[in-house]
Design a protein around this ligand. Structure first.
Ligand SMILES: Nc1nc2c(ncn2[C@@H]2O[C@H](COP(=O)(O)OP(=O)(O)OP(=O)(O)O)[C@@H](O)[C@H]2O)c(=O)[nH]1
Ligand SMILES: [Mg+2]
Length: 409
């Protein structure tokens, strides 16, 4: 396990905005490292990096604490990283927050597509930084920043990287067009598509499990879900919907990742409704919401229809809740009924409500009802049945022709 010192630079002219290191510590441990020390400095311009004195202090700490890796909270230019590496004892690697996040994704990727996307993002990030990166390829096992997806170490030869990037890009393009076809097919079912989005580790997958009855991987860790999962659900008093569980967001999600995950993030962009899941028990919930907005903007999904749900309600006493918000606990099931109602309301534009009298003899009509309609209530009579149903808007016309508004005879 890498022993890590975390370095934070903040803009000295706005000292109140000193970064929260808590999240970076969480990221480092999710990547398999252990934070053993900190160094921080306010600068007029964060791009200057650490001053001479601070860099010396850092080098001392590194030696004393037996550190393998220095992680910078702000993105390091290749020259800055080279400067730090030169000032530190040999074999100590210098990476930034972006590389840590890429590393977590590499550890978590389990599907073929996920692995390809992560490797592409890593190589794109690494390429301009190669000269400052030397030496570590010989390390056995590989630490944070040197691991590819799966067990493979990352390629470090510039010429081979170029070739590999091209191959990855071509393969991903092919996978992406398969996705396109599947999306098109889903579109043709005219079932509304709902994507759960939000900051990482807020409880999206747990809520997804509660809604769909399917148990995805859930864990108190960052970026547990990478690949989107879709399930067909029955929204009570409404009808079917497709719900997606998706990758979590984080503050300053690396651009190379957003680019590489384009194909899977398309599932979010093409949703009919986003359900933004917020961890109501987290003191930084509003910051996390801002980061979510930022990522949604970056992937072009900011103007999609959106509803917000605060989860983990079981950890927040009622008086402390923002009363206008929708609160649920995906663990106890509290508030889920209200959630279903709110969801049905938001999806209303996709369905129409009808009342119809269907004679027992109309077997075609009954078949259509069982296939496409959701029965809200029924009253059976001798000749047939009165039905209150919802039907997909694009089929409403057909169902109206079935309707016999007056009882026969
Ligand atoms: N007490 C409580 N814990 C919850 C609730 N929802 C989720 N959790 C816990 O929060 C942690 C994260 O849940 P996940 O569902 O994996 O979160 P996620 O948003 O899918 O996370 P990533 O896929 O990693 O982005 C897990 O330890 C869950 O058990 C809830 O309503 N109440
Ligand atoms: Mg998840």
């Amino acid at each position: 396990m890498d022993r890590v010192i975390v370095v934070s630079l903040w803009d000295a002219r706005h000292p109140l905005r000193e970064v929260q290191l808590e999240e970076l510590v969480g990221l480092v441990s999710a990547a398999g490292g252990m934070v053993v020390g900190f160094e921080s400095q306010g600068r007029d311009n964060v791009r200057q990096g650490l001053g001479k004195g601070a860099l010396e202090r850092l080098a001392d700490q590194v030696t004393q604490l037996g550190v393998d890796l220095v992680v910078s909270d702000s993105e390091l230019s290749p020259s800055l990283a080279a400067g730090w590496t030169a000032a530190l004892p040999p074999n100590v690697r210098v990476v930034d927050r972006t590389q840590v996040i890429l590393d977590i994704f590499a550890r978590r990727a389990s599907t073929r597509e996920g692995k390809l996307q992560v490797e592409l993002a890593q190589l794109r990030y690494l390429l301009p930084r190669l000269s400052t990166f030397g030496g570590s390829s010989e390390r056995s096992g590989g630490g944070i920043g040197t691991r590819g997806p799966g067990e493979t170490p990352l390629e470090l030869d510039r010429r081979r990287i170029h070739k590999r990037i091209q191959t990855l890009q071509e393969t991903l393009d092919a996978v992406s067009s398969e996705r396109q076809v599947r999306r098109q097919r889903r579109r043709e079912t005219h079932i509304p598509q709902v994507a759960l989005v939000g900051y990482t580790n807020v409880g999206k997958s747990t809520l997804f499990g509660r809604l769909s009855g399917y148990s995805p991987l859930v864990s108190d860790a960052l970026f547990v879900t990478l690949d989107p999962t879709v399930r067909r659900i029955e929204v009570p008093h409404y009808g079917p919907a497709l719900v997606f569980d998706t990758v979590g967001f984080v503050d300053r999600l690396p651009h190379t990742l957003v680019q590489a995950f384009h194909a899977t993030l398309d599932e979010v962009r093409e949703a009919d409704l986003l359900v933004e899941v917020v961890d109501g028990s987290n003191g930084r919930a509003e910051e996390q919401r801002r980061a979510t907005d930022q990522v949604l903007r970056e992937i072009g999904a900011e103007s999609l229809d959106r509803m917000v749900v605060y989860t983990q309600a079981d950890k927040v006493p009622e008086p402390e809740r923002q009363d206008s918000a929708l609160w649920v606990s995906a663990v106890t099931g509290d508030g889920i009924d209200q959630f279903w109602r709110a969801l049905a309301e938001r999806l209303e534009i996709w369905r129409e409500s009808l009342t119809l009298f269907l004679p027992w003899t109309d077997s075609q009509g009954w078949q259509a009802v069982s296939r496409h309609a959701t029965i809200l209530s029924r009253e059976d009579e001798e000749e047939g049945s009165w039905l209150d149903v919802t039907v997909p808007t694009h089929r409403a016309e057909y169902f109206r022709t079935l309707s016999h508004p007056h009882k026969p005879g």
